[in-house]
Design a protein. Structure first.
Length: 59
């Protein structure tokens, strides 16, 4: 994800990230590409998976 590209998540394991966040691969692809705005709930799930505050993900 662009907003968290420096995080310690293995970008080669998107399936694992999908499992941890509970988000579909398609949803993660849309967020990564900037095609639309993610839901607040999605940001919370991503932040929890990355062990960071959701506010870090928002510009």
């Amino acid at each position: 994800m662009a907003a968290v590209s420096g995080a310690c998540v293995d970008a080669r394991a998107p399936e694992r990230f999908c499992q941890v966040t509970g988000l579909s691969r398609r949803t993660l692809q849309r967020i990564e590409s900037g095609a639309g705005d993610p839901r607040y709930r999605d940001l919370l799930m991503i932040a929890a998976a990355l062990d960071m505050r959701a506010s870090v993900l928002v510009d």
